[in-house]
Design a protein around this ligand. Sequence first.
Ligand code: PXG
Length: 464
Amino acid sequence: MSVITNHLPTAELQALDAAHHMHPFTTNDDLAKRGVRVITRAKGVYLTDSDGHEILDGMAGLWCVNIGYGRAELAEVAARQMTELPYYNTFFMTTHVPAIALAQEIAKLAPEGMNQVFFAGSGSEANDTNIRLVRTYWDEKGKPGKKAIISRKNAYHGSSVGSGSLGGMAPMHAQGGLPIPDIHHIGQPDWWSEGGDMTPEAFGLARAQELEAKILELGEDSVAAFIAEPVQGAGGVIVPPSTYWPEIQRICDKYEILLIADEVICGFGRTGEWFGSHTLGLRPDIITIAKGLSSGYQPIGGSIVRDDVAKVINATEFNHGYTYSGHPVAAAVALENLRIMQEEDVLGHMRNVAMPAFHQGLEALTDHPLVGEAKYCGLMGSIALTPHKATRAAFAADKGTVGYLCRERCFANKVIMRHVGDRMVLSPPLVITEAELTELFKRARKALDETYALLQEKDLLHAA
Ligand code: PXG
């Protein structure tokens, strides 16, 4: 077997990658032509690529490396656990110490009355679990008609058949026969793009009331659950108007609809509290977790289940589970991550240092000619690019054309920002310092200036 090391020249790594590696959400032929970026190591908030460039990671990997890169404690815990017990399952009346300890720790941090955890290997798997969980719950409650799950357009809940169906991403639904039956989608609370002449508050209320209309259309005896991210992440960091969540909660309570808060991004500190449900004041029945649970150091996810729902499920055999549910190495690493988060008071750092600087930095960008609004919650934020701020206009060019150009200018300036259509998104490690945030926004502004010049040059500064 040949050994591939970080020391091969970039071009050779790119050629090998193109020859054998199919990338997610990518046109692989195009990528092969332009050459993939190879990341070789990382420390703190900085990535290093195979050409030795240091890049400030404004996305914490994929919204997950919350305690930053290169924490040796997590590697040491993983090595110790692999030596002691690298694998055992949690089926067939067995368990192990890392799963016991992690479930207990999650229950301690979760909202009041949510003390049971079902483990999965990822956010997608956990949301697949949730589909089966809520339907089994209603079966056991003697209401087998309650099968439908209502979600939202432009939501992201994962990429498996079940979770991809829950999500509301049109390009995903266009491939492979999604969504599966009994999943329904209502509008998202994205005031900037879809609010028209309404105030954000009126629009938030109207979008929440789409849930009530959908429940009445389907019949409340047909609806099992509503699923939503407290703040949409992959959809572009859409922070809902203040009127939205209280109305959603009222509707779920009124019609006895289980509320699933997908906190794969929002969970474990991202919004400034342990859970987005705390920050936005929701009372979910199930919380989906992954990403920040282990700061991405190991793949692990799960569902936190409210006590009265768990009581019903636990009284029957729930015929569901994954080989790696509660994987001991992943669980041990997640536990160490949560220890670091607490002992180093990462939430305190966010509150006192990182969040004020992050919010101020985003607000300051709104004086840029390309930037319409800035939206943020904790350490997730986004800016809307627009050719005309006053009318919140979209660009005449295809959606995402300008966002893509801007993302390329970000890369060129050694800062990673993700683009979602023509919104630029940030979700840095929660441990980012004030000086690192200053540097991040300096690079982002330069990238915006260059994007603006490029749009002038290409004659793309036109409203749709
Ligand atoms: N729910 C939410 C809210 C997510 O953000 C998932 C579920 C699925 O988790 P897994 O671990 O199965 O990927 C996610 C994942 C992006 C991007 O481009 C976001 C995610 C995944 C991939 C890309 O922003 N979020």
